[in-house]
Design a binder for this molecule. Structure first.
Ligand SMILES: Nc1ncnc2c1ncn2[C@@H]1O[C@H](COP(=O)(O)OP(=O)(O)OP(=O)(O)O)[C@@H](O)[C@H]1O
Ligand SMILES: [Mg+2]
Length: 265
């Protein structure tokens, strides 16, 4: 359903700061795939998600979603099909707006008509029902400004907002990294639940190897703008954190890492 072919992204081309953040990336996601993405700092993980979401144009290659070329579509035109949650809990919500206003904005995302002021009673009930699923008591705080909530609460709302309109694709970029362990665990559980119940096709970046192995059905490892390792479901289930670290050390040591190693039966 999502297909990236030879995608290349170069930042600051023809300057001393030139950086190839993505090098000839090929990646194909099937409906319902949940892929975890690992790799060290600067590997290109966020850039990969950003070019899919349309934050930056790509320099070469193609990106198609459900067979449609989305390469030329600006970010806001892709937003209806693509839900996102970022590392920074402050980023996904508007702090000066209330919880229900934020949710209402998420419902309107990508639609032609602008944000209508005023929230109908049935909408409010719908929001309260969805918030109740988070089990954080947020259904009683519909009229509170989001800026008053904790990072974990905001991240839970962002996750709900990102998935409210059943996007074709969900992009999660280290969305639990800034949270305390207990809250992070809760958000991971919510993620599993929301992705599972809606069978959402998902790309999730994480530095937590254990999490990367446990969640989802495929795993990719990035290094210097390339996908250097891919684990299919059966291999992913058998792989250990130590095994993964060893693979990384081995592959990173290769002089030429342009070939991806695929572990699949
Ligand atoms: N907007 C930008 N302008 C210039 N260079 C950028 C930009 N965004 C990313 N880069 C560079 O591209 C490379 C890949 O960055 P990216 O943020 O994708 O890495 P990452 O794998 O997400 O790392 P981290 O684990 O630290 O989040 C880095 O060298 C980074 O400095
Ligand atoms: Mg990143």
């Amino acid at each position: 359903m999502l297909r990236l072919e030879n995608v290349t992204k170069i930042f600051n081309p023809n300057t001393v700061n030139q950086k190839s953040a993505l090098v000839e990336i090929f990646l194909e996601l099937a409906e319902g795939d949940f892929i975890t993405v690992i790799g060290s700092n600067g590997a290109g993980k966020s850039t990969l998600l950003n070019v899919i979401a349309g934050v930056y144009p790509i320099d070469a290659g193609s990106i198609t979603l459900d067979g449609n070329d989305i390469k030329g579509l600006p970010e806001h035109r892709r937003a209806y099909s693509i839900g996102r949650v970022f590392q920074d809990p402050m980023r996904g919500t508007a702090p000066s707006m209330t919880v229900e206003e934020n949710l209402s904005m998420a419902m309107a995302r990508g639609k032609k008509r602008g944000l209508k002021l005023g929230i109908r009673k049935d909408q409010r009930q719908f929001f309260a029902d969805r918030l109740a699923l988070l089990e954080l008591g947020l259904e009683n705080r519909l009229k509170d400004k989001v800026g008053l909530l904790s990072g974990g609460q905001r991240q839970a709302i962002t996750l709900l907002m990102a998935t409210l309109t059943h996007p074709r694709l969900l992009l999660l970029d280290e969305h639990t990294a800034a949270l305390d362990p207990k809250t992070a665990k809760k958000i991971v559980e919510l993620t599993e639940k929301i992705v599972g119940e809606n069978n959402l096709t998902t790309l999730m970046v994480t530095h937590n190897m254990e999490q990367a192995l446990r969640l989802g059905n495929r795993l990719i490892m990035m290094h210097e703008g390339r996908i250097i390792l891919e684990l299919a479901d059966d291999f992913k289930q058998k792989m250990t954190v130590n095994g993964l670290l060893q693979e990384f050390e081995h592959l990173r040591g290769e002089a030429f890492v342009s070939d991806r190693v695929v572990l699949a039966t």
